[in-house]
Design a protein around this ligand. Structure first.
Ligand SMILES: NC(=O)c1ccc[n+]([C@@H]2O[C@H](COP(=O)([O-])OP(=O)(O)OC[C@H]3O[C@@H](n4cnc5c(N)ncnc54)[C@H](O)[C@@H]3O)[C@@H](O)[C@H]2O)c1
Length: 254
């Protein structure tokens, strides 16, 4: 028996990076996986790798109407929803003095409103299909410690941490059997971190500075996060709710 055999998962922001790695590993471990994103071409390419276990659906996580239709299509196609990975996210590299109110709101709309909408409608759909499911919210170590160039990113990711705990407690006290946890990766080699390294125009220097802050001496790989996603998606973690998994090579242990 594979680790998430028979489960149906929906992953947001699944076109690349951590979302695509999580989708691939969930499918390898026996789940049916709905890969969603705003970037249709890249997301469809991931789904092609998954064969009959995969389905692409367009979903901009800031749009409540798209959440409602993507979740309905998931249940129509695969019969249920057991795992929701709220992974879609973005950042703007500007300090608090440079950032406009529109930019601040935009980051929060994707990173926080998107996760709120996922939790709200994910719980509803899991309950409708009688699933004791698992909601996995991808936060960041930027939700645990401050970063001067990322005020909106840090704020939104810190809020995801507390939203996750509140959702976990709500579901536990209501007796739904639905769990909710957050994952807090440090720097992982994806397009997002590459863009960050390039942002200052001195990519090699920036990468070296990032690496210096990681006691383990290496960046994370997308599969490091995907392993944590599969664990939280599986019944192996059935006692775990309202918790946070930090995957950062010791960066926040200092
Ligand atoms: N890479 C890291 O070092 C790192 C560290 C900590 C946390 N994270 C978090 O992990 C998650 C994945 O990041 P990644 O590194 O794979 O980044 P990525 O840029 O490779 O992937 C993010 C995906 O989210 C999608 N997306 C953005 N806005 C969206 C929206 N409104 N609706 C739907 N999809 C949207 C993008 O199209 C993209 O495919 C993010 O939440 C990010 O904040 C990443």
């Amino acid at each position: 028996m594979k680790r998430v055999e028979g489960k149906v998962a929906l992953v947001t922001g699944g076109a690349g990076g951590l979302g695509a790695a999580s989708a691939r590993m969930l499918a390898r471990e026996g789940a049916k996986v709905v890969v969603t994103d705003r970037r249709e071409g890249e997301a469809r390419a991931v789904v092609e790798e998954l064969g009959a276990s995969g389905l692409f659906l367009p979903l901009d996580v800031t749009r409540e109407d798209q959440w409602v239709s993507a979740l309905a299509r998931t249940v129509e196609t695969f019969g249920r929803l057991d795992v929701l990975v709220n992974n879609a996210g973005m950042g703007i590299v500007k300090d608090v003095e440079e950032m406009s109110l529109d930019e601040w709101r935009f980051v929060h709309s994707v990173n926080l409103d998107g996760v709120f909408l996922g939790c709200k409608h994910g719980i509803r759909v899991m309950r409708e299909c009688g699933s004791q499911g698992s909601i996995i919210n991808i936060s960041s170590i930027a939700g645990l410690v401050g970063v001067p160039q990322f005020p909106a990113y840090c704020s939104s990711k810190a809020a995801v941490r507390m939203l996750s705990k509140s959702v976990a407690l709500h579901c536990a006290y209501k007796g739904y059997g639905i769990r909710c946890n957050s994952i807090h990766p440090g720097y992982v080699e994806t397009a997002m971190v590459e863009a960050l390294a390039q942002a200052g125009g001195q990519a090699e220097k920036t990468r070296a500075r990032m690496l210096k802050g990681i006691p383990a001496g290496r960046f994370g790989e997308p599969d490091d996060v995907a392993h944590a996603v599969v664990y939280l998606a599986s019944d192996e973690s059935k006692l775990m709710t309202g918790a946070e998994m930090v995957l950062d090579g010791g960066a926040t242990a200092q």
